[in-house]
Design a protein around this ligand. Structure first.
Ligand SMILES: Cc1cc2nc3c(=O)[nH]c(=O)nc-3n(C[C@H](O)[C@H](O)[C@H](O)COP(=O)(O)OP(=O)(O)OC[C@H]3O[C@@H](n4cnc5c(N)ncnc54)[C@H](O)[C@@H]3O)c2cc1C
Length: 478
C-alpha cells in the first residue's frame, strides 16, 4: 500500500486524506497545531461558541461530494442553515437595505436605488452564470497544467470574452450606476482576499454563485464540518497526529521521500501533500523562500454578550466611506484601513445552541494587510477603535456593558497559528489574470511525488475551492 503524508490538517488536508484513503492509500496527517481544521476553527468560552474562521459557505454540493467520497452522507453529520436574507448593508451616509435572494423583493430594492440598474443586475447575473458554466468544466475542475480535455475546450468557446478578462470593478461599474450597488458587488473579491480594483472580472461568478445557490451557515457552527471530517478520518483509518510540525521534506533524486518533524521523528512516504501555505515549500525543501503578492489578512473580534439583539440581522456589512481608499491602505500602504468596512456575523440569531440563555455571539471582522509579525499591540488598539467607530456610525447598538467574553485574532496571530506567511488568509492574491489563474501548481513541477492542496494552490482560497483543490490533487495523484 502506498503511503501518503499530508502536511497540515486544515480543510484541504482533511479532504485530501479522506479521498486518498478511499482510494486505498495509507495516509498520515501531521498537523502543527493542537487541533485539526486549520482556519476552520472554534473558540468556546463560558457557554458561548464561536467560529473563528469561515462563517458562510457556498456551493454546498462540493461538501456533499466529499462526505460521499468518504463513504458517508453530509446530512448525517451537518445541518446547513440557508441564509435568508443574505445580508443587511449599511452605508456611510446612513442608507441601508436588505440583500435578499428572493428575486421580486431584491428587484424592488434595486429599482428604488436606481431603476436602470434592474437590467444591469440581470445582465451581471447572466455574466456570472456564463462564467460559472465555463469554470466548472475548466478552472474549477482541472489544474491549468493539465491538458484541456474536449469538454473543457468546448466550454472555453463559450467564455464571455467581452467582460470575462477585464477588471472586476470596471465590469461592476458597467453594469451598475448606483454607487451603493457598485460597492455591494465590489465586495465579492474579498471572498478570496483580493481587491475589486485589481482582480479580474472572472470573479463575477462569486456573487452569482451566492445568489443562485445560496449562502449557508451550519447548526452548531461551521467547525462542525471540520469536526465531522476528523471523525471520518479516524473511522476510515487515516493516521492523525496533532502537535506535529513538519520541518523538512526529504527528497532523493528529485523525488519526495518523506518528512522530518520538529522533534526529529522521520516518516517515509511515497507521496507528500502540502496543505500548509505553498510559500513555505522552498523552506521545507531547504532552499530560500520565495516572495509572492499576499492576499488579505483579517482583524477579528469575537464578542459574547449577555443580552439578545433582535434588531440586528444575522449578517450585516457596514461599508467604509471610500472603498478604493480602503484597498489602497491595505495593499499599497500595507496598513490597517483608516476607515475599515466591518462585517458582523451574529450566528446566534439563527442558532440558539451557540449561546447560554439570552445573549449573542458576535464575529466582527475587518480586512487587514498581511503584515504578520509587524502587527503589534498598538495596532490592535488602533484597529479595535476604528472598527467600533464604524459600527457606532452605522447605528450598531452599544455592547461594551453587555460583554461577557472577548477574543481577538490579528494578522500576527493568524500567521503564527496557521503558519501562513504574513497571516494572508488565501495564499497569494488574485490580482490580474496571472495571479488568479496560475497559482502554485497542485503537482509540484520540480520535485516528483510532491503535491499541494488548499487555498494557496489552484483553484484558490475559500472553503468550497479548497475542497475542489483536494479533488483535483487526488485525481492527479491517482
Ligand atoms: C477570519 C476568517 C474568515 C474566513 N471566512 C470565510 C468564509 O466566510 N467562507 C469561506 O469559504 N472561507 C472563509 N475563510 C477562508 C477559509 O477558512 C480557508 O480558505 C480554508 O479554511 C483554508 O483551508 P486550507 O486547508 O487551505 O488551509 P488551513 O486551514 O490554513 O490549513 C492548513 C493547516 O496546515 C497546518 N500546517 C502548515 N504548515 C505546517 C507544517 N509545516 N507542519 C504541520 N502542519 C502545518 C496549519 O497549522 C493548518 O492547520 C476565512 C478564513 C478566516 C481566517
Amino acid at each position: 500500500m502506498k503511503h501518503v503524508v499530508v502536511i497540515g490538517g486544515g480543510l484541504g488536508g482533511l479532504a485530501a486524506a479522506l479521498r486518498l484513503r478511499a482510494r486505498g492509500f495509507a495516509v498520515t496527517v501531521f498537523e502543527a497545531g493542537a487541533t485539526f481544521g486549520g482556519k476552520m476553527n472554534r473558540w468556546c468560552s463560558k457557554g458561548f461558541t464561536f467560529d473563528t474562521g469561515p462563517s458562510l459557505i457556498t456551493m454546498p454540493w462540493v461538501f456533499e461530494d466529499l462526505f460521499r467520497a468518504a463513504g458517508s452522507r453530509m446530512e448525517d453529520h451537518v445541518q446547513l442553515l440557508p441564509l435568508h436574507p443574505l445580508s443587511e448593508y449599511v452605508y456611510d451616509d446612513g442608507t441601508r437595505f436588505t440583500y435578499t435572494s428572493e428575486l421580486p423583493a431584491w428587484l424592488r430594492t434595486v429599482k428604488q436605488l436606481e431603476p436602470r440598474d434592474v437590467s444591469g443586475f440581470l445582465r451581471f447575473q447572466q455574466l456570472g452564470a456564463q462564467l460559472f458554466e465555463v469554470s466548472k468544466r475548466t478552472f474549477l475542475k482541472c489544474s491549468p497544467a493539465e491538458r484541456p480535455g474536449l469538454e473543457a475546450l468546448s466550454a472555453l468557446r463559450h467564455m464571455p470574452l467581452r467582460y470575462g478578462w477585464g477588471n472586476y470593478h470596471n465590469t461592476v461599474a458597467k453594469h451598475f450606476r448606483s454607487p451603493y450597488l457598485q460597492q455591494l458587488y465590489d465586495r465579492y473579491p474579498t471572498y478570496v482576499g483580493s481587491s475589486p480594483f485589481e482582480a479580474p472580472a472572472t470573479l463575477a461568478l462569486i456573487p452569482y454563485l451566492e445568489y443562485a445557490f445560496g449562502g449557508y451557515a451550519v447548526r452548531g457552527g461551521l467547525y462542525t464540518i471540520a469536526d465531522s471530517l476528523v471523525q471520518l478520518c479516524h473511522r476510515n483509518g487515516v493516521t492523525m497526529c496533532v502537535n506535529s510540525p513538519v520541518v523538512r521534506i526529504e527528497t532523493n533524486k528529485g523525488a519526495a521521500t518523506g518528512v522530518v518533524l520538529a522533534d526529529g521523528r522521520r516518516s517515509s512516504a511515497d507521496i507528500v501533500v502540502m496543505n500548509g501555505d505553498s510559500l513555505r515549500i522552498p523552506q521545507l525543501l531547504g532552499s530560500v523562500a520565495n516572495k509572492d503578492a499576499r492576499s488579505m489578512s483579517g482583524f477579528v473580534m469575537l464578542i459574547g454578550i449577555d443580552r439578545s439583539l433582535p434588531q440586528i440581522a444575522q449578517h450585516t456589512i457596514f461599508f467604509s466611506a471610500d472603498y478604493r481608499q480602503e484597498f489602497s491602505d491595505i495593499f499599497h500602504r500595507q496598513q490597517f484601513p483608516a476607515d475599515p468596512t466591518v462585517y458582523v456575523n451574529a450566528a446566534s440569531r439563527a442558532d440558539r445552541h451557540l449561546v447560554p440563555g439570552e445573549g449573542e455571539t458576535l464575529f466582527i471582522m475587518a480586512n487587514a494587510p498581511a503584515i504578520g509579525a509587524s502587527w503589534d499591540a498598538e495596532q490592535t488598539a488602533i484597529a479595535r477603535a476604528r472598527v467600533l467607530q464604524r459600527l457606532k456610525r452605522g447605528g450598531f447598538p452599544e455592547i461594551t456593558s453587555a460583554t461577557v467574553v472577548e477574543d481577538t485574532w490579528t494578522p500576527q496571530r493568524i500567521e503564527e497559528r496557521y503558519l501562513m506567511p504574513g497571516g494572508a488568509i488565501y495564499g497569494s492574491d488574485s490580482h490580474g489574470w496571472k495571479n488568479a489563474f496560475f497559482r502554485p501548481r497542485n503537482q509540484d513541477s520540480a520535485v516528483r511525488n510532491l503535491y499541494r492542496v488548499g487555498g494557496s494552490t489552484h483553484p484558490g482560497g475559500g472553503t468550497p475551492t479548497v475542497l475542489l483543490s483536494a479533488e483535483i490533487t487526488c485525481r492527479l495523484i491517482r
